[in-house]
Design a protein around this ligand. Structure first.
Ligand code: PLP
Length: 382
């Protein structure tokens, strides 16, 4: 059966050049820390990927710290031991819609505070002002560029201006935005950016924390040992995954402008279909700027669990509002923060497009949705 994969925000299929690069690397031996030819070849692969990842976000190669993924990069970035040249944040602010890797992964304990978002999922900048004014001393702010559930693009640059004026630092979780829309140090202005390989068509198990300024320092990195990654992340590098990550980044950069427009058009078609079939459907975050690839919606009377299974049987891979490791649909903290009523949030579905997506995928999704709604006895408008 032909499958229609519309879950690129969970993971994007491996791009051909990334697979080819990894297969090549897996045939060779070589520890990047070894001085012999094999070691130097492995080192060259890692350093070449470092340059590509730096180019993706307009940063400097030496400030790229490779990790096992964005979860680890966020855990490292949200340590309370980062020091800027003249700044030592002692408390953490996070938007209420951050990924659980940030919400659960930080090390500020009770010195962390959640900031509210509006009905479209946008950070409340007045609440940020109030939080900055409440206590003296620099803060660390963690703010996503794009939300994984709704695609909503946060006003990162505006938040950065406020935090910098108050002497603080900003970590931007660019996992869903990097490679899909312009998201660089120049556009967002953050001090640290987090990216993940598998969201842009690289292998799972690789990611990076990128520092804007080499003077930023963390006195207690998460993983200590052999001093790799300038001491920020010890352990022999995952050379094959890092090489695949670099190859995927190259592809993403090459196609960024075209893909952004192509995916936005496909997403528009998909949303038009949803609203034509079910005019009472709600598209979450539609009043805010969004990543071009993401559509989160709910149709009253259609529970997400039932819908996900029915779509899957029809050959369409979607996601509920928020993926959960147990496979059960959990209540979405993102939709809760946006004030979406429980009964509507229980029906939240997410279609996320990417480099494999085509008009045929949108057509297969549309047909499946019509059939599912007909089966549950709901009148459809088409
Ligand atoms: N941040 C966001 C916004 C995400 O969507 C994800 C993954 O879904 C992560 C962080 C964690 O990324 P990784 O799977 O590389 O650990």
């Amino acid at each position: 059966m032909n499958r229609t994969y519309l879950d690129h925000n969970a993971t994007s299929p491996l791009r051909g050049p990334a697979r080819a690069k990894m297969l090549d690397v897996l045939r060779a031996a070589g520890n990047p820390s070894s001085v012999h030819a094999e070691g130097r070849a492995a080192r060259a692969l890692v350093e070449s990927s470092r340059e590509k990842v730096a180019a993706l976000v307009g940063g400097r190669a030496r400030n790229v710290i490779f990790t096992s993924g964005a979860t680890e990069a966020l855990n490292l970035a949200l340590s309370s031991h980062w020091r800027g040249p003249d700044c030592a944040p002692a408390r953490l602010l996070l938007s209420a819609t951050e990924h659980v890797a940030a919400l659960e992964g930080h090390r500020f304990g009770e010195r962390a505070e959640l900031l509210p978002v509006d009905a479209n999922g946008l950070l409340d900048l007045t609440a940020l002002d109030a939080a900055l004014a409440r206590e003296a001393g620099p803060v660390l702010l963690c703010l996503q560029a794009a939300n994984n559930e709704t695609g909503v693009l946060q006003p990162v640059a505006a938040a950065v201006d406020k935090v910098h004026a108050a002497g603080g630092l900003v970590v931007c979780d660019a996992v869903q935005a990097a490679g899909r829309t312009a998201c660089t140090f120049e556009t967002v202005g953050a001090d640290m950016l987090v990216v993940s390989s598998h969201k842009l068509g690289g292998p799972q198990g690789a990611g990076a924390l990128i520092l804007r300024d080499a003077a930023l320092n963390c006195s207690r990195p998460l993983i200590r040992g052999g001093g790799q990654e300038r001491g920020f992340r010890a352990g022999t590098e995952n050379v094959a995954a890092i090489a695949g990550f670099g190859a995927a980044v190259d592809e993403a950069i090459d196609h960024l402008a075209d893909e952004e427009a192509r995916l936005a058009a496909l997403r528009e078609q998909l949303e038009a279909s949803v609203l034509q079939i079910a005019p009472d459907a709600l598209i979450f975050g539609s009043g805010a700027p969004r990543n071009p690839n993401t559509c989160a919606f709910a149709i009253p009377g259609l529970p997400a669990e039932t819908a996900l299974m029915a779509f899957d049987l029809a050959g369409v891979a979607l996601s509920s509002g928020s993926a959960c490791s147990s496979g059960k649909v959990k209540r979405s903290h993102v939709l809760a923060a946006m004030g979406v009523p429980d009964d509507l949030a229980r029906g939240a579905l997410r279609a996320s497009l990417g480099w494999t997506s085509t008009e045929a995928d949108v057509a297969a999704f549309t047909l499946a949705l019509q059939q599912i709604l007909a089966r549950i006895g709901r009148k459809t408008a088409v």
